[in-house]
Design a protein around this ligand. Sequence first.
Ligand code: GUN
Length: 287
Amino acid sequence: MPARIIDGKLIAQQSREALALQVAEFTTATGVTPRLAAVLVGDDPASQVYVSSKQKACASVGMASDLFRLHTTTTQAELLELVDRLNHDPSIHGILVQLPLPSHIDPEAVLDATHPMKDVDCFHAENVGLLIQGRPRYLPCTPHGVQVLLEASGVSTDGAHVVVLGRSDIVGKPLANLLALKGPGGNATVTLCHSRTRNIASFTRQADILVAAIGQPLFVKADMVREGAVVIDVGTNRLDGKLVGDVAFHEVSEKAAAITPVPGGVGPMTIAMLLKNTLTAARLQTK
Ligand code: GUN
């Protein structure tokens, strides 16, 4: 039987609707509008699309956003100066520096410089540390988006074997930690596979839930997936001008119980969770 398609677009829209009510309540009670500052360095077309989607999404839930567009040749010192200015601006609650940055800028230096209270991406070492200790300030956007997708689709992680492919700082590492935490949305047994894992299929075939986040188009084939598994595809790759995930959707959807499409799966959830963090940031910074 073909897999149930997990509709990330719809679930993200429901998250945004719930959030819009919370934003309205917060703004009425405090007179403060949550505000996100998005920083885009250079003219990478995909990054431009992401940042513009994030701004539109802010407006759709009643939050404000500012875009700071810097030229590709911006120096690291200039970028750090802007981050410092945003750190000290009390009207800005969240700061998002879109990655990747041009190669002459050290992303760690920029992430370290972002005030941890305004770090709505949950990339700062302090926030990553709090997350791993099970007392998160912010939840990382894409990993939390995956968690909400599973929950909204009635897929429990409790006691499940989740195999995560990819050990990136943005998805694989924080997701593995989040799923292993005690409590709802966690309690999973997590295996983290990566480019140096031997016989990767021997792990993926054991997964109750398989999450692909390696950035390799159509990497996960049907013979790597257990019959009845839930497959979450975090990949966004361009292949012959088309957007495809890390999963060979057509063949895997014949075998899986449920699967996310690309586009329309995890992508919209990432943005919805960013909005959630921006409201949390505004709450934490409003007395
Ligand atoms: N580039 C790819 N994903 C992300 C993300 O979640 N946040 C930021 N800031 N940049 C990204």
